[in-house]
Ligand binder design. Structure first.
Ligand code: E4P
Length: 216
């Protein structure tokens, strides 16, 4: 399973990219707002850094407006993926952009039927939101499992991005349930890295190594 980072904060992207684990980036209007940067400049800068798919979201609106904005954003970099919300207009816009070879990530997916529609409209990526389902006492991971089963059964090529990830076990479970990609917040990347036994092990190895060097 590939790993994207779910943030628009450039420093966070750069830091995790240096780990060598990053395949792409997803942003959304709320994340871009937090960055306080110019949207177009930010997307160009991120694409240059990561050299992989960068989802830039168009505001929900008419098919015509979303297509126009999608075409414009796709000019920013070859790595730009247009993120389009799961609406009727969004499906129409996805079909048009896909025919023009502009990749689309359909977002705000909360059911297998929505994922199927997104894939049939031509989306390169579908983004089911796990955490937001868990938040309303529904098992988000079941959605990943169902979409994965449907796509495999019918040879559907759209890639499943497990989104709205809240903690490391979401990442692990998404991988076990067939997600192609998990888009992981910066904080969760850090949580994935840390383990108390690693810290303990390091401490004792360092202590023993220093004693060995001193001939103790
Ligand atoms: C997905 O691409 C979205 O940007 C994101 O995962 C939403 O997560 P949230 O539910 O934490 O806002």
């Amino acid at each position: 399973m590939k790993l994207f980072i779910d943030t628009a904060i450039y420093d966070e992207i750069q830091e995790i990219n240096q780990w060598g684990v990053l395949d792409g980036v997803t942003t959304n209007p709320s994340l871009v707002k937090k960055s306080k940067e110019n949207f177009e400049d930010l997307i160009k800068k991120i694409a240059q850094e990561v050299q992989g798919p960068v989802s830039a979201e168009v505001p929900s609106g008419s098919c015509e407006d979303m297509v126009k904005e999608g075409r414009r954003l796709s000019q920013l970099s070859d790595h730009v993926v247009i993120k389009i919300p799961m609406t009727e207009e969004g499906l129409k816009a996805t079909a048009i952009l896909t025919r023009e070879n502009i990749p689309v990530n359909m977002t705000l997916i909360f059911s297998p039927s929505q994922a199927l529609l997104a894939a049939r409209a031509g989306a390169t990526y579908v983004s089911p939101f796990i955490g937001r389902l868990d938040d309303i006492s529904t098992n988000g991971m079941d959605l990943i499992a169902s979409i994965s089963k449907i796509f495999k059964l019918h040879g559907i090529g759209a890639e499943i991005i497990a989104a709205s990830i809240r903690h490391p076990m979401h990442v692990v479970e998404a991988a076990l349930n067939g997600a192609d990609i998990a888009t992981v917040p910066y904080k969760v990347f850090k949580q994935m890295l840390n383990h108390p036994l690693t810290d303990q092990g390091l401490e004792s190895f360092n202590k023993d190594w220093n004693m060995y060097l001193k001939g103790e």
